[in-house]
Design a protein around this ligand. Structure first.
Ligand SMILES: [Zn+2]
Ligand SMILES: [Zn+2]
Length: 180
């Protein structure tokens, strides 16, 4: 004979579900879907505040980590792109992926819309205004304007639609990791 359970939040509702975090009985009216199983409203709220709580310091550390990896990966992408469209797209995806991991690791695996925007911007900079390319132009005595770097990286030309696509793919790869 199984014991009838009632929802912790709705004492009149019978249920067989419980929160994966705290074990309280929950019902379909109040349960929140979690990565594995369901959570009660209290634990779901706690998770939400955790993922959205990213301190300004974390944004800076995450941003710098992402930019460091992005600068290297973006430069490799820039050097390998002439070897073919497939290589260009694959390396761009890898760059975006690595940037997202670097940021995620340095901020303690937090996610959220704001850090998603940060990851997107960093990926964009790494690929279309790569600091190494900018620096190499500086050493030749040319002040690198935005358009001159774009030209240098051969993104702004009719045959370089693949490169634009690669930038989109890299940004997508970096941003998707931080979806809530
Ligand atoms: Zn709970
Ligand atoms: Zn309930």
């Amino acid at each position: 004979m199984s014991k009838v359970k009632y929802c912790h939040f709705h004492p009149e509702t019978e249920t067989g579900l419980s929160c994966v975090t705290c074990g309280k009985n929950i019902c379909p009216k109040c349960m929140a879907e979690a990565a594995v199983g369901f959570k009660c409203p209290e634990c779901a709220q706690a998770l939400k505040s955790h993922i959205e709580q990213i301190s300004p310091k974390s944004y800076i550390i995450g941003g710098l980590s992402g930019l460091l990896i992005g600068t290297g990966a973006g430069y490799i992408w820039h050097k390998l792109s002439p070897y073919g469209a497939l290589i260009s797209l694959a390396v761009a995806y890898a760059a975006g992926f690595l940037i997202s991991r670097a940021i995620s690791y340095s901020i303690g695996n937090k996610i959220g819309v704001k850090i998603q925007i940060v990851a997107g911007i960093i990926t964009f900079i790494s690929l279309i205004y790569n600091p190494i390319v900018v620096f190499s132009l500086l050493t030749t005595g040319i002040f690198p304007s935005f358009s001159s770097v774009l030209a240098m990286m051969s993104i702004w030309c009719t045959s370089c639609i693949i490169k634009l696509l690669a930038v989109v793919i890299a940004t997508w790869a970096a941003v998707r990791h931080f979806r809530i």
